[in-house]
Design a protein around this ligand. Sequence first.
Ligand code: FE
Length: 187
Amino acid sequence: MKSIKTKILLGVLAIGAIGTFLTIGSDGILMGQGEKSSGDKIEITCEEENNMADKTVKSDEKLKAALTPLQYEVTQKNGTERPFSGKYNDLYEDGVYKCVVCGNELFDSKTKFKSGSGWPSFYAPIANEDVQQETDRSLGMVREEVVCSNCGAHLGHVFNDGPQPTGLRYCINSAALDFEEGEDGDK
Ligand code: FE
């Protein structure tokens, strides 16, 4: 079982590497994938929907059908929306921001702050286990990539110039998020 998984993963990574070379930035999207090729993020290119190690894995076809081109580019190809272009950049309503791919609850509006960066910024995820960090060496920079721990979707990056109490700035693409307005009336 393990060797089959390994073979599948190697195959998927190979496809991902080829895709990386073939993909050129499209309209309105700053490509953030660069030369990242050995990441342990599971590229969602399996032919059938299935569950592997608690990760919800959907077929690439289904993802393309379910997501807008920008959502797909950001979450599956490590793309970055243009600054100040995202629908949640200036939103400060009470609620929860979920992963646009799998619905995993990622960030609470209470941790959102005005960073001036042009992207939704949070000083903490709802729970540390909701997101995973991976070192991203693309575009000639070393950054900490943030991905959804449930489905592996690329969300953005985290920097250590945020406000207290954490000092962190989770710089997240609107296109990777789905906002759900709060229902508990604690605005
Ligand atoms: Fe997710």
